[in-house]
Design a binder for this molecule. Structure first.
Ligand code: ZN
Length: 139
């Protein structure tokens, strides 16, 4: 099991109703998108805006059945999840599972930009939706 010091902030996911107007506001703050992608599996259109030490991930639902659409209906726009970078995603999931923590993804699955990702259930993390990201090669 890796030391917790190997965890690093990867990004903060922010749910938005309209990606373009959200991008305009973050641009005004000084952030520019480095990567945009439609993640069909989660029905979200995403844009990553890097800053020193992390990224903002803007998430706009692509249809009403998207988990992000349900989040917006329930809670409105705002912080959706916090993502940490790891190098040993499968081992960490097995470790958490063995300790009895509830996972949304019990095994790594493809995320944006060639990464592997998994979400922990908010009920396991004090109400915070936590994503673990193992970046793809060259990202
Ligand atoms: Zn994310």
């Amino acid at each position: 099991m890796a030391e917790s010091t190997e965890l690093a902030l990867h990004h903060i996911g922010v749910a938005v109703r309209d990606l373009e107007s959200a991008l305009a506001a973050w641009r005004a703050l000084g952030l520019e998108p480095s990567h945009r992608e439609d993640v069909a599996r989660d029905a979200v259109r995403v844009a990553f805006l890097p800053f020193s030490g992390g990224r903002i991930e803007l998430l706009q639902p692509m249809d009403a059945a998207s988990p992000v659409a349900r989040f917006l209906d329930k809670r409105g726009e705002g912080i959706h999840h916090v993502a940490f970078r790891v190098t040993d995603l499968g081992a960490r999931l097995n470790h958490l599972k063995a300790l009895g923590y509830r996972l949304i993804d019990e095994t790594p699955r493809p995320g944006a930009a060639g990464s592997l990702v998994a979400f922990l259930h908010p009920s396991a993390m004090g109400g915070v939706l936590v994503e673990l990201v193992q970046p793809g090669e060259g990202t």
